[in-house]
Each structure stands twice: as C-alpha cells, then as structure tokens.
Write a protein that binds this ligand. Sequence first.
Ligand code: SAM
Length: 237
Amino acid sequence: MRVDAVTLFPDMIDLPLSESIVGRARTEGLLELGFANPRDFTEDRHRTVDDKPYGGGTGMVMMAEPVYRALKSVKKKNSFVILLTPKGKRFSQAAALELAKKKHLVFICGHYEGIDERVSSLADMELSIGDYVLTGGEPAAVAVIDAVTRLIPGVLKKGDATVNETFTGALLEAPHYTRPGVWRGKAVPPELLSGNHKLIEQWRGVRARELTAKQRPDLAGQGTGVSTARRGKVFKK
Ligand code: SAM
C-alpha cells in the first residue's frame, strides 16, 4: 500500500512510523510512505502557509492553495483522500479494515486553527481519531496509518493476531499472561496452564464477556470490526 501525508511537519509522522512493526513493513516494501509539505508549494519569500481568520478570532488558519498544490503533487486516480479533523467521522477498527483495502491513501493534516474550509471539498472523507483536540493532524495520521498497516496482509507474521482481537469481534479480547507462572504473588489462571484447548477457549470466552460488560457495556452484543465491515461499507467510495 502507498500512503502520502500532506503535512507541515513530516518528521512527526516519519519518525514514529520508522520503528517496530510499521518500520519493518516500510523496509519490506509492504508500506510506502511519502510526504508533501505545503511549505514547498508556496511562492513568496517567507514560504507562507497560514493567515489570519476572516471574521476575526485567535490563531492562524492554513491557506487552501499550498495544501491544494501539495495534495495535487501526490494524488493519483485511485487515491482515497482523508482530511483529519476533530469534526470528522470517528475512526474505528471497522474503518481501518475498509482503509486497508485501498491502494493509495492520502492524509491531509491540519495545524494551528485548522485548514481553510474550502479544502474539505478535496477530501473523500473527514476523519477524527476521538473527541479531543490535538495540536495537529500528524499524531492522528500516525494512529490511523499504524492501525491500517497492521491489517495489510504479510505485515503481522501471524495473520491470526488480527482475527480474535479487541474491536474485531463483538467483545474485548481476553487478558494475556506470560512467564513466570507466579509473579509477585499473582498466579496465572490455572485454565491457561492446563494444556486443554477447549477449557482455554471457554475461559477466554467467559473473561472476554465479563471484561466487555465491565469496561465497554456499549459494545456487548453489537458486533464491531469484521462483522460490521462485512455487513456494509463503513464509508462511501
Ligand atoms: N479549531 C479546530 C476545531 O476547534 O475544530 C481544531 C484545530 S486543531 C488545533 C489543528 C488540527 O489538528 C486540525 O486541523 C486537525 O487536522 C488536527 N486534529 C486535532 N484534533 C484531531 C482529532 N481528534 N482527530 C483528527 N485530527 C485532529
């Protein structure tokens, strides 16, 4: 998959996505990540990318033209363009599954007070990573690209890892334990040490239901992730 980000601060995306599993996906060519900086598409001496808001108010607004030109430099026929904004549709595992099917994603990252509203017409969707306000779209792009990359076939060496996890089914995932069997007086549940796969599966099912009822009663029985994505598209195009 190819991903491009239109951003004033490429390192805020490039550096965190150079480590661990996503870093390896990039090295192996499973994810190609590129950047277009609106500052490189300005024509004045100061390479101006923002201006005061019409109507007054605090902060600066990113100007439409440098963003448009940066986007144009990376956009192809099959690109799916995502504008990151706290006003967008809430990102979810189901949306990650949909995005993982695309050939080319382009993320537009705002900064300061955001981007001139007229840019929104260039995007196929507006996406928020949650009900809080970040200083810029870059950390949001990192979160979305990370969640999508691990769903690209071949990125996780055990494909299974994405099948039974939290938000893929209707339940949160059951807890995990590793060695030692007793850590500071806390023992691993004996079912997991039994070697009896049926018993282990039963235990995991019960714990997943208990955990979901306690932490996320809103999810219980709803079915998110794969099941939702299979029932219908999360977004258009
Ligand atoms: N003034 C805007 C508002 O009240 O909606 C907030 C602008 S925010 C400080 C600057 C940029 O950060 C936004 O243009 C957007 O790209 C990004 N951003 C902030 N919060 C976000 C979120 N929850 N999800 C996705 N992007 C976000």
